[in-house]
Design a protein around this ligand. Sequence first.
Ligand SMILES: [Zn+2]
Length: 315
Amino acid sequence: MLTRRTALGLLGASAFATRVAAEARHVYDLRPVQIAEGVWMIEGATEYFTDKIGGAIVNIALLKGATGLIVIDTGPSRRYGEALAGLARQLDIRGVSAVVNTHHHPDHFFGNQVFAGTPIFGLGETQSAAFEEGDAFADNMYRLLGDWMRGTEVVPPGQVIEGGDVEIDGRRFTTFPLGGHTVADLALLDHATGTLVAGDLVFYDRAPTTPSADLARWQTSLDALEGIGAAQLVPGHGPVDRDRKAIAQTRAYLTWLDGTLRSGAREGLDMIDLMQAPLPPEFAGMGAQPQEYHRSISHLFPEIERQELPLASSL
Ligand SMILES: [Zn+2]
C-alpha cells in the first residue's frame, strides 16, 4: 500500500513528467487560480526570462464579463495567446469578449494576434510605443525563445482607453493612466471585487525590470496606486498581494537601486564594481536576481553617471 508520502511523491513525479513533456512540445501549461468571484489569475514564473518556459513570466488577469472573459495582458507569443483562448473556453464557454494591454512590453502583448477579432484596449502611448518598438522587441524575442515564437506577429492594441470610469463587457473599472515602468502603464481597479490589476508598475518577490524605466515617475505612480487602497493587487510579476506589501516592496527596491547607482557614480565606481557588490538580503531573494540588478545597471547607470558627474562625462 502506498503511504501518503509516497503517493505525494508519485504525484509530484507525474506533474514533473507532464511539465517536461509540455516543454518538449513547446506547449504552455497555463493554470488559472480564482482570486475573487469571477476573477482568475495566471501567475507567471518569477525566474529570469528563459526559453525553458517559453518566456511565460507574466501574470494574466481574467475577469468574467457579461458576454465572455475580459483578458488583461496576453503573454509573450502567439502560442501563449492560443493557450489563453483555450483556457477561456474552459472557464467560460462564450470565449474572450475583450482584451486589455497594461503596457507595450512584449511579454504582455505578443499573444494579441489570437484575439484580433476582439476589441484590444490600451493607452494611446502604449499603442504608439508598440508600433514603434514592436518589431525590435519581436527580433529579440525570436532570438531568445526560438520555436516558442513561431508565427508570432506584433499586433498593437487597436482601441485607445483613457483614465476614469469605464465599462468593459458590462464590468465596471476605474482605469489609471500612469507611467514610469514604461512611457505608459495602465492600472485597472475592478469595482465588483476591489481587485487592482497593476501591470508592471508593481512587482512582488520578483525583481523589477527597467529597460524603459523613468524611476522618479514610477515612484509617483506607486504613490497613486497606494492611494487607491485596493482589497487585493495583481502585480505584473509575482503572487497576488492581499497584505499591501507589494507596492512598498517595489518602492523600496527602486529607491535602493537609484540611491546605489547615484552614490556609486559619485564615488567613481564603474559598472563592473557595482555588479560585483552583493545585493542587500531583502532584495537578494527576489526572483530573477542578480540578473535584473545587473541589467538595471546597464540600462540606468550611464545616464545617472552623466547626471551625478556632469563635468567628468563631458571631458
Ligand atoms: Zn514590463
